[in-house]
Design a protein around this ligand. Sequence first.
Ligand code: NAD
Length: 364
Amino acid sequence: MPRPAEPGRAEPQTGFVHTFLPGRVVFGAGALDRVAAEVETVGVRRALVVATKSARDAADVVEVQLGDGFAGRIDGVAQHVPTAVAEHARGKARDVSADGVIAIGGGSAIGLAKAVALTSEVVIVAVPTTYAGSEMTPVWGETAGGSKTTGSDLRVLPRVVVYDPVLSQHLPKKVTAASVANAIAHCVEAVWTPKADPITEATAVEGLRALALGLRQVQTAPTDLDARSNLLYGACLAGSALATAGTGLHHKLCHLLGGTYNLPHAETHAAVLPQVARVNAPAVPQAAVRLQDALSTAGAPDLATGLFDLFAAAEIPTSLKELGLTEEQAFEAAKAFKPTDNPIPVTEDLVREILTRAWAGTRP
Ligand code: NAD
């Protein structure tokens, strides 16, 4: 007799396509010590080090490790990779004949390395210190005249990613929480984009589990290595899920809000995600149950409420009004939003409903 299906367990697969991306991950406390060896493994002889200001100490360590393989250094990066900053980095890479870039920092440092790799043959080794997940994706972005161009190109996918939780031990509480919200959005949206598949979903569910756990742990023990390891592991999975599933309604709304009204990238995710989950989850019921289980938010009746409660408990703003958006701007954004592929049709009414609730911070 066939066994009854366990609640929330896999349904029979009906066929899918999944593309695995090439790349090596080295993970663990103290992994920074292995950067030079990893750089050598991928055949880089002259490495340019690009580091965010807060990762200067780590960059010093890597510089010494590299010895003769150290070609030069750029300290300090800018958000969203302004073209002028990218041009400077490309020029520097040429001047020092770099065949590799080691990016140490968050999405901004990794984004700058990607800008160099996009127009040359350099190989990237990434050492992430936030949870944005860019290190696992072939997606690049560059900003000129206030508008951001993005694209996907395998040349910018880091060949090696070295995750060392020690480097994020002192990431400030607010930056941590916002960055985790960004990673959680990658996991949740990965189950309903047009490119979603069961392998990506499994990655996303495990990523969400680790991120939700780490976010709770880090509230009371910000420098705890287990908490930081959970978050970094979750970020790695979130980035992988984003890399294969791509983005959908949620990320597109956040980019519109960030680009038009200059809202902070990471924080915007926390306000918008529960509201998008509220409307989309019923269209992907199995995946929504798995994600809800992974959240382990006691007392939340569904995924959307679980996300909202998790963010609220971590003191991440859950309304766009707290981020400075006016209600009129929320309406304006709903009008401007261009429909996108989504499990339920994206109408202006639907977007207005999402943004009105996200603006007010209404618990789903
Ligand atoms: P970020 O790199 O600007 O870092 C956020 C802040 O954290 C900065 O102030 C930085 O100085 C600080 N910081 C970083 N590491 C630190 C450390 N170890 N200790 C203390 N402070 C530290 O931003 P982010 O949130 O990491 O990334 C956001 C950017 O990444 C955006 O531009 C976004 O578009 C991009 N992004 C790209 C992808 C992709 O696939 N291409 C994916 C996600 C995000």
